[in-house]
Ligand binder design. Sequence first.
Ligand SMILES: Cc1cc2nc3c(=O)[nH]c(=O)nc-3n(C[C@H](O)[C@H](O)[C@H](O)COP(=O)(O)OP(=O)(O)OC[C@H]3O[C@@H](n4cnc5c(N)ncnc54)[C@H](O)[C@@H]3O)c2cc1C
Length: 656
Amino acid sequence: MYCLRSKLVASRGALHIQHRLLLSGQIQLSASDRASRAISSHLHKYPNISRKFISTETVNTEKPTVSSKFGRKVVIASSLIIGATTIFAILNHKHAEAENNKQESKKFPSSLKRGGPKNLLVADHLIDEDDSDINKPRLVILGSGWGAISVIKALERDKYHITLVSPQNYFLFTPLLPSATVGTLETRSILEPIRSLIKGISAHFLEAKATDICINEKLVELSPDSGEPFYLPYDKLVIAVGSLSITYGIEGIEHCHFLKSINDARRIRKKIMDNFEKASLPTTSPEEKKRLLSFIVCGGGPTGVEFAAELYDFLTEDVVRYFPLILRNEVRVSIIQGQDHILNTYDAKISDFAEKKFRRDNINVITNARVQKIEPNHIVYKMKDGEVKEHDYGLVLWSTGIAMNPLTKTISEKLEDQKNTRALITDNRLRLKGVPDSSVYAIGDCSTIENPKLVNQLMQFFVDADEDKNGRLSYNEFQVLAKKISRRYPITKSHLKKADILFASYDKDKSGTIELEELNAMLEDIDKKLTSLPATAQVAHQQGKYLGKKLNQIAAAHNAKIYPPSSDYSTDTDKPEPDVDDLLPPFSYAHFGSLAYVGNAAVADFGTGWTWMGGMSAVYLWRSVYLSEQVSFRTRALLALDWSKRFLFGRDISKF
Ligand SMILES: Cc1cc2nc3c(=O)[nH]c(=O)nc-3n(C[C@H](O)[C@H](O)[C@H](O)COP(=O)(O)OP(=O)(O)OC[C@H]3O[C@@H](n4cnc5c(N)ncnc54)[C@H](O)[C@@H]3O)c2cc1C
């Protein structure tokens, strides 16, 4: 023990000199040097405790006191911490060295080759690839929104060489975007960096825009913000690029704000504050004040309604506290809606609740009105009865629905089978129509599932179902058929659920059986009732999850050469090799309800007439649903903090 102590004391002297040299930059310390330095500095800091611990000179024969016991514990704990830190530092150093060596020993091909229809560089290797990526099928996902992230979250590591491509390197939680326009939530609280989301499955990320796809060559053309365009090869491609706002070619649309991106929210927040500050100037005329403080929302869907509600909260909770009171009386919020009611896709009770609430809050709801043009300072709209009206504004938000983005438009124009002008058409397995080999999928807002024409398959359905071949379907045969159709086409599920009621209502001649004409009438009616799925985060999320899981199954089946058995939902194909995709179940959407915030109150429509409308209790439900839907613990914590911060201190009204 004594020997150890004298060694340490001697090394303290040496380290003192070394420390000075280090400060003057003359020597570099290794990890083990750093560890010795830590011990030495410990000796400097706690000379008595340390000496007592290592010395044999003053052995205390009395019973240790409480303080000496405590001192001993502190010394043991510190030594353990120092020891662990030292080991960690050494291991870390070794790991970093090994990583560096690995990187250096890796031979990246010095340059990319050119190819494809436009003779661009072909990125057949990426700079962060490693050996485990080689020989895996290449899965390229376009987009970093709801659809893309849900695919990523469902994918298993090691099945594919995955590359995600998007011009934005974050995921945006769109349902809370209206809250970011007035500072209820900070913009960063609703964003999650993509790289942190893809790390778990060792995927790669490229910040670029996809501008085209070459179906035959299996190449995606990418355009980075700066730098030359290039091709990225794929074996499987998922298109999840979302949509743009539909503008109907309205004249003067450039004067409007949109609410699709985080920058839109930032711009709106700044504009609102700009208008309030300008209106507070003594030189601003009363007419100009009125105009600046007139906020118009075009579109009475959930986004428009939630923005109006957030604006109202901001006015009543913050503007009144900080701005001249006189301005409060000048503020006007209006919603211009083309339909009879706002929130018209929700249950009628909900529309009614929201309209009454807005009326009480002095939000001007103008229904049955179509915007004709937007001048720099006023908007022109036409009422259903033909009357044309004008309205001054300081800010207009345009939120009336969705349209194709440039990539989806390009793809749609390329493919014969794509005739829809709003979205890419897929089959019910989410495969892009017009691509024969199940290599391209489209999900989310940029796509729509083609509804089956049941009536076109009438004969096949009837013959298959008529087991006893007597030319009519008994109730049992009909029930089996109804199940089979709803398994193969899940979108028909809700229409075929009550087989007994259907059977009774289409058995027109009350024969106790369904004949061919009766089945024909039923299928025609169902075809008419089928609608497209809404463009919501809920749909994009479920599609992404379904696709991610399916891609895992496809890779596993190909690796093991074991294919799933054919069943009710299998598609009959004459392909020589089994297409696993045809054997797996189609996509089936389950609606869990729609929520909307209406200003210190919220509404929920769970479908089939079940609704919930209320004040703060509904707001807490709304918040807890969104908290649970977060893609990371980080954003969950930030949201909770923002809501608490707003409650305690109000919204931040600084403008920058
Ligand atoms: C303000 C607002 C509020 C909403 N509220 C709700 C709600 O409460 N509930 C609900 O269910 N839905 C809501 N929605 C709708 C929901 O956000 C969309 O339905 C959902 O985002 C669709 O997901 P997506 O993956 O298809 O597209 P997005 O989430 O829009 O993602 C598209 C992604 O593709 C990227 N991209 C675009 N072009 C390219 C390209 N050329 N190449 C590569 N990447 C590209 C984009 O950067 C983006 O990352 C709201 C939408 C908005 C705007």
